[in-house]
Design a protein around this ligand. Sequence first.
Ligand code: CTP
Ligand code: ZN
Length: 155
Amino acid sequence: MSDTDKQLRVSKIENGTVIDHVHGGQALNVLAILGIDGSGGEQVAIGMNVPSDTLATKDIVKVEGRELSQDEVDVLSLIAPDATINIVRDYEVVEKHRVDRPGTVTGVLSCPNRNCITNADEPVETRFDVLRDGVRCEFCGQIIREDIASHIDDD
Ligand code: CTP
Ligand code: ZN
């Protein structure tokens, strides 16, 4: 077998987004952040723990028919700091950008502190400061370090 025959192939997409160089094991969290669970009918291809030039192994997520918003990319940066976002149109990569860690994320995560004002029946939008190794609620100071994706407010 030639080297190319040995590689796991994830087919090219026609129009949409390829999220590349995701740290191994984070692909399902990427889907969670994008709110993709299969029920929306999107065509999605995932490669997990595939060999990479720059990371030991990487995950890759390809979403057909969807270009990500800046908000979505901001949250992705929390779990996939080295990701490359490739926008594909008519089979060609027309835009490629690295994710950028935002200073704050607003209205995306929910605070795990039950006594936090954001969990009371008040019209307060959640806001977290992005730390080097996690995020901190601006209202109560609660820090989330592990498993940020499980705190995504998906309603
Ligand atoms: N890709 C895809 N469908 C396309 C075009 C590209 O799925 N129609 C995928 C490629 O398989 C690759 C990623 O999008 O995983 C980026 O494509 P490209 O920029 O062509 O590859 P590289 O130059 O290797 O990217 P990088 O330099 O960012 O590693
Ligand atoms: Zn809080």
